[in-house]
Design a protein around this ligand. Structure first.
Ligand code: FAD
Length: 390
């Protein structure tokens, strides 16, 4: 499955929207601020994008952002290939555009894939270097080569292989939109959609790299610029219909995004159900996203907030540890019918949180792990265990 389809599948089935990824809305950037402090290891931004009347979303939905590759990356590729950028090519719809435009907003030049190497190798079947990176026997070597590299590295390491700019459409995948969980309630912000974006920046193989979409939002989306977007509904991540039902939300890092939306929605509605949020990051002084807003909610008695700042003390503490410390109370809320939500990192956090949850259920019910698994399966069936992980 292509990355965008995978992302959209993860975001859930969409309902009809006027603007789609093929026909995006050119939204004004109203706000774009860094919400991690100077000195943080992370650059996380709060971005507010304007909506046209009639564009609607529900907490739990995502917004698709259609990024452009950064100008310096386009220049680097042109230089590596020996082109000027004004050469003419046909895009995926056979529309004639300049090579510069193709590299800016049609083709993936970041994040090299084995597929790109295989396609490039087809242009020079006798090339020893490329042969060494293709075929089933060289899979691991190719994966190793791809790590931290982009197309510019391939073009630089294997010069002269691309002889016609049109060939790039066979080598490089399409540039795809990126999904971001919506971090606002439209009931609180009728004319805009908010996102909470971690900007990916790193150095690899002697070059400064950045994520395509997060870098675009981080470096080139000042207030007043526009960004092509579309709204994407996700019916698999929804607040309970009954506003008195308690909710337990686990959202470390940018995983906080949909829960800010949930909390704003419940606040506007005057929902009486209990709200529990587990938020985690590295350092409370630098990385406490939406601190004032969340602490205001705590002060109003609207929110119970459990934080886990892993680097604030010698022993690392994560959201799953806070769940374990509050196992009894978590189980009691579940017994009251609470919905349990997890958003954020899929690779480790979501699994560790599930283990802590199972443990809390086993402890609370004086039951076995097997019983806890059955309890969780029944929660899933009732849609009381929902995850939005990426
Ligand atoms: C439903 C859904 C909701 C999401 N919600 C959010 C959200 O609320 N906030 C948010 O920030 N993101 C969210 N994401 C993730 C988001 O869609 C993007 O995937 C993310 O911002 C990266 O996109 P990018 O274009 O900036 O980076 P890309 O250009 O796609 O590059 C990212 C890739 O860079 C590589 N990379 C990263 N760091 C390093 C390193 N140190 N060394 C070598 N390689 C590295 C990795 O291969 C990584 O996959 C969500 C995803 C989904 C599917």
């Amino acid at each position: 499955m292509s990355e965008v389809l995978e992302q959209e599948a993860k975001a859930g089935a969409g309902h009809a929207q006027k603007y789609t990824r093929n026909n995006p809305y050119h939204s004004n950037v109203n706000v774009n601020v860094q919400i991690t402090a100077e000195g943080s290891e992370k650059e996380t931004r709060h971005v507010e994008l304007a909506l046209e009347e009639g564009m609607t979303y529900t907490p739990g939905d995502a917004v698709g952002i259609i990024p452009e590759n950064r100008p310096s990356a386009v220049e680097d590729v042109l230089k590596a290939l020996g082109y000027k950028g004004d050469e003419r090519v046909l895009d995926h719809y056979k529309v004639e555009i300049s090579l510069e435009e193709a590299l800016r907003n049609r083709l993936t030049t970041g994040k090299l894939s084995r597929g790109a190497i295989t396609q490039m190798a087809k242009l020079a079947p006798e090339h020893e270097g490329l042969k060494g990176l293709t075929g089933p026997d060289n899979r691991a070597k190719a994966e190793d080569y791809c790590w931290g590299r982009e197309f510019v590295d391939l073009a630089t390491d294997f010069p002269g292989v691309v002889t016609d700019p049109q060939q790039l459409f066979n080598i490089l995948p399409r540039l795809t939109p990126r999904m971001y969980s919506i971090s606002s309630s439209q009931k609180a912000h009728p004319d805009s959609v908010h996102t909470t974006v971690r900007v990916i920046r790193y150095e690899a193989h002697g070059r400064d790299r950045q994520g395509v979409a997060s870098g675009h939002l981080g470096d080139r989306s000042e207030i007043g610029t526009t960004m092509p977007i579309f709204l994407h509904s996700n019916n698999n991540f929804r607040l309970p219909e009954n506003s008195e039902t308690p909710v337990i939300m686990i959202g470390p890092g940018t995983g906080i995004a949909p829960f800010r939306a949930f909390l704003e929605e419940r606040q506007v509605e005057g929902a009486k159900g209990k709200n529990w949020l587990f938020f985690g990051e590295q350092r409370s002084k630098l990385d406490f996203l939406y601190q004032d807003q969340l602490e205001g909610m705590v002060k109003d008695g609207f929110l119970t907030l459990h934080t886990a700042f892993s680097r604030d003390q010698h022993n690392k503490v994560y959201v799953q540890d806070r769940i374990s410390e509050n196992a009894k109370a978590v189980y009691e809320l579940l017994e009251q019918g609470a919905y349990f939500y997890v958003c954020g990192d899929a690779t480790r956090m979501a699994k560790d949180v599930e283990l802590a949850l199972l443990d809390a259920i086993a402890q609370g019910s004086n039951g076995t792990l097997e019983h806890a698994n059955e309890y969780l399966a029944s929660m899933k069936k009732q849609k009381r265990y929902q995850r939005d992980v990426y």
